[in-house]
Ligand binder design. Structure first.
Ligand code: FAD
Length: 544
């Protein structure tokens, strides 16, 4: 099979023009085109008067060798890459070694657990939160009734942080082994729409994620794996040898139970602040890492559609328009859009009492009234939170507490019209844009919940964004704060063998360990970690 990339067709092209375009591109007759499938489809809307689809197509032709030879200097025609996944190890049928333990049932832990189960290692997956259906009720308890369950919420529980999300499934990680393809294939088996395998920017929305997570649990259990919910890891048992080298030997759980363990995967997510403290106390090497803070901004989706798609706004094949913005400011800060959710809602994403943090989610249809996105400023330990590995957590807590107070309590979020934010005055009434955040907003001055440098940078950037997307800096756009959980504030540093640099047997993974940012990259990291664990269990050498 051969692959053609960069095949461009207008968005309204009839189905049959694709076959004609393939034949023209390869200069072959209809009889020589045996069959074709779409490998990937993106739309290019840089020129909104000429929006077109860009395809990658896998094609079977008669006499493939001759066609490939004809195009050997053409970088957009070549053999179809092999994207199949192959296991790096398999447990023997009589495997009696230790069962690997995975802490965290977010995308990283789910995939670490799934791959270990598929390799025959019968993993035990621990999560502090509840099964996804129970967790959904608790999460809505915060959004509807202002009742936070600190152990079962947007951040904690089966499915992890991405469960109540837009379910965007793309990533910019380097992926030479096509592990992302394995993730998407497993998601489709678990009930995701098959088009996620071909769309350049696939998303699945929150409802489907819930059933997919359940289906993946059933698969892991059928393969001999085991889940234990309501099992928060509160402590590590570490053996220290005479030469000072350390190895994890067990876990102490919130239930009071102590587990002796072999390898332990730590797929904690970025909000396990208590667990990061515990790891630090136990001497596991951690370091502070950069992250970003800011607010969520909302505009009517129709404004974004018009700005991005012009006369094609509303076209069913294009869906709700997304955007990605970045601006380098005079004060040397960079402001950028983060986790943009077309046609979605702003959600309360705190996991700690007395604090407010925002994020965004959407349904598969992406047909809510507003587009929302984080507008955040990059910060780093060197200049913004010196003081040790946990200083970033202290900083997050400080601004989240201020946001809770500025919101007037009850987990309402502080909010402000963009026009008032630029003018430096508190908002007292909304304009044409109605905020979607639940349990509600309190109009105020967001400058009291953000560092001064961030306010200065955001004021400059929002105006600049208005030049890129007309209407972006409309005075009625609504900003809700604060967005602090953009990525982990710590890294649990690992070596080339994927184990903690100073505690053998401990495999830090995913977003919380600082090795992923998003559902797909966390899941891919989970696969890599499962492979490293399997190799350790089979006594093979591990290489990064
Ligand atoms: P997590 O998903 O955070 O999972 C960590 C798990 O560990 C949790 O289930 C938690 O309960 C458990 N845990 C923590 N501490 C302990 C402990 N001590 N003992 C036992 N269990 C523990 N990303 C995208 O790519 N696309 C999106 O559209 C998107 N939207 C998002 C929307 C929202 C509202 C949020 C909050 C995040 C969104 N993200 C999105 C980010 C994405 O969810 C994360 O990048 C991803 O979930 C990280 O995966 P993870 O497995 O590393 O960690």
């Amino acid at each position: 099979m051969l692959r053609i990339t960069e095949l461009k067709l207008p968005i309204n092209h009839p189905e049959e023009t694709l076959a004609a375009a393939i034949r023209n591109r390869l200069r072959i007759s209809p009889r020589d085109l045996v069959r074709y499938t779409v490998a990937r489809r993106a739309h290019d809307a840089r020129d909104k008067m000429d929006i077109h689809f860009v395809y990658s197509i896998d094609v079977t032709v008669k006499n493939e060798a001759a066609v490939l030879a004809r195009f050997r200097r053409d970088r957009d025609v070549g053999p179809t890459p092999d994207t199949g996944y192959r296991f790096v190890a398999k447990a023997p049928a009589d495997y009696a070694g230790p069962r690997p333990v995975v802490v965290g049932a977010g995308p990283c832990g789910l995939f670490a657990g799934l791959i270990l189960a598929q390799m025959g290692f019968r993993p035990i997956i621990l999560d502090r939160g509840k099964v996804v259906r129970e967790r959904t009720k608790d999460t809505w308890g915060l959004w509807r009734r202002s009742e936070l369950n600190p152990e079962s919420n947007v951040q904690f529980g089966e499915g992890g942080a991405g469960t109540f999300s837009d379910g965007k499934l793309w990533s910019q990680i380097k992926d030479p082994r096509h592990l992302g393809r394995k993730v998407l294939t497993e998601f489709v088996k678990a009930g995701a729409p098959p088009e996620i395998l071909t769309e350049a920017h696939p998303h699945i929305g929150t409802f489907r994620l819930v059933t997919m997570v359940e289906s993946m649990r059933a698969t892991v259990e059928a393969l001999g794996g085991e889940y234990r919910f309501g099992h928060r890891v509160d402590d590590l048992l570490i053996d220290t040898a005479a030469d000072g080298s350390r190895r994890v030997a067990g876990l102490r759980l919130q239930t009071g139970e102590t587990m002796a363990t072999g390898p332990v995967v730590l797929a904690l997510g970025h909000s396990a602040r208590d667990t990061f403290h515990m790891l630090h106390e136990r001497g596991v090497f951690l370091e502070a890492k950069p992250f970003s803070i800011g607010v969520r901004i909302e505009h009517p989706q129709s404004w974004i559609d018009e700005a991005r798609f012009g006369p094609c706004a509303g076209h069913p094949d294009l869906g709700a328009a997304a955007y990605s913005l970045s601006h380098h400011c005079r004060n040397e800060r960079t402001v950028y859009s983060f986790c943009m959710c077309p046609g979605g809602t702003v959600v309360a994403a705190t996991s700690e009492p007395g604090r407010v943090a925002t994020n965004g989610m959407s349904q598969y249809s992406r047909n809510e009234r507003n587009a929302n996105s984080g507008i955040v400023v990059g910060i780093d330990p060197g200049r913004d939170y010196p003081g040790g590995p946990l200083a970033g957590i202290a900083l997050q807590r400080e601004w989240e507490t201020r946001a809770f107070e500025a919101g007037g309590g009850g987990y309402k979020a502080p909010a402000q019209r963009l026009g008032d934010f630029l003018a430096g005055r508190p908002s007292t009434k909304l304009g044409s844009v109605i905020p979607s955040y639940r349990p509600g907003v309190h109009l105020t001055d967001l400058a009291t919940c953000l560092p001064d440098f961030a306010v200065t940078a955001m004021r400059e950037a929002l105006v600049a964004f208005g030049r890129e997307i007309p209407g972006y800096d409309h005075p009625d756009a609504v900003m809700t704060g604060v967005e602090t959980r953009t990525s982990s504030p710590v890294r649990i540093t690992r070596g080339d063998d994927f184990q903690s640099v100073n505690t053998a047997g401990l495999y830090p993974a995913g977003e919380g360990a600082g090795y992923a940012g998003g559902i797909l990259s966390a899941a891919v990291d989970g696969i890599k970690i499962a492979e490293a664990v399997a190799r350790e269990l089979m006594g093979q050498r591990v290489a990064a």
